[in-house]
Design a protein around this ligand. Sequence first.
Ligand code: NAD
Length: 489
Amino acid sequence: MLSFDPDKVSLPVGHYIDGQHIQAQGTAFAVKRPSDGKVFATLYEADAALVDRAVQVAHRRVKESGWASCPPRERGRVLRRWADLIEQDLLLAQLESLGSTRPISDVVQHEIPFTAEAIRFYAECADKYSGDVFPTRDSSLGMLVSEPYGVIAAITPWNFPLSMASWKCGPALAAGNAVVLKPSELTPFSTVRMAELAIQAGLPAGVLNIIQGGGAVTGSSLVKHPLVRKVSFTGSTLTGARIMSDAAQHGMKPVTLELGGKSPQLVFDDAGDLDVLAQRIMRGFTANGGQACVAGTRLIVQQGIAAALTDRLVALCREVQPGVTWHEQSRYAPLIDERQGCKVASVVAAAKAQGAEVLVGGERFGNTDAGWFWQPTLLSHVNSDNPAVQQEIFGPVLTVQTFSEEEEGLALAAHDTYGLCAGVHTLSLPRALRAMRAIEAGTVWINRYGRSGDFIIPTGGFLGSGIGKDLGRQAFQACQRQKSVLIDF
Ligand code: NAD
């Protein structure tokens, strides 16, 4: 039985620095449950002094503890133990479900295994990469030596708190760095529990620290701290730009930026079984209530199957039922909070004002206490200037555009701002490969939509969707810097 009482979950309140819970008194902020909008905790934001303390601790401990200098296989062992503890910890699953938008069954079946496996993937990377030896003169030896950066700042969003933390911490820790992680102020708890489990697994105290607070004070002090050597961020494009600018002005730090998206689902007449296709498109834009950077929110469908496919999608949308995240039967995620709900409502209203027609949905579910559950929504009659096509809505809203020729479909799939992902659906291999080449996006999925459990495949955006990669070997290598060495005999 996975259902639980949301009022009886024990919360790890405060910051977690040097293996200790710290309740420093800065500016207070309330934390609400997305499912019913109830305030369930008050936290105090880390000010610049507390951020400094966390970074100083990380800087000291990563050296003193030997984490940076130990045999890499030893780091791998600790990370594997950590992954095991994550999988066994029911409190972690409950904290994630209670404080975020993820239904408990989804957390247990997907989020937790996905988080643990990402950490295991990086445990394996720890001792698998070597440097290089160059063909120099006989009397000298030229080498490239990889070394950890020291302290890496990780800043994560609210939509997938645990897996985002694992994508940041896994490679950074495996490569011998310390991490100071700031989760979103909307979802502060599960990452603290995750860090407690890391210490239980044998990670030296102070090598992974969690600080709580918003972006303006806590996040920005972290990015600007002189001992932070690299910043790994996931969040919106606007914040990513600010962080890149701060990182450039405060030490020219490298940044990895995983940002927003507005991804097309390009469907050709020959895409195969329409029922299978409808399910795939549906999952692509409604998973986590549409609050996924990779959400496929622009359906671009060839005219021959457009009506049949949208009819099926409308029927699937009508089946969706909301339910609080702590009930085992719940499948459909609420929006994170009222602010996000108002944002979705305002873009839908603006889209309608510019001619969009609502095929289904278009409003909040009415029977759900104070939670913001938004009905899966299909908008047709939109041109490429429509706000619902232009903006990342971060809610379960799909725009529908049709085309007749391949070139026209490819032109509609292009986006001025974002280039995170794209889905291409056709049984013609040449057409699929032409589309893959033409689309400007960091990931193209052909006849599927969404990531697999293959952590070897990196993820990252083009254009305003980001810089650098999470996951894959690339994320591990990006957590090390390369030093060139030349030795004369
Ligand atoms: P956000 O940009 O508002 O906040 C993300 C994080 O940045 C939060 O922890 C926030 O406190 C912090 N922050 C805000 N201002 C900051 C500043 N000036 N300096 C340092 N930190 C600051 O994003 P969000 O609303 O939490 O998340 C939704 C966004 O995240 C969407 O745009 C979504 O597409 C994106 N996202 C991208 C990916 C990806 O892999 N590309 C994955 C998940 C989410």
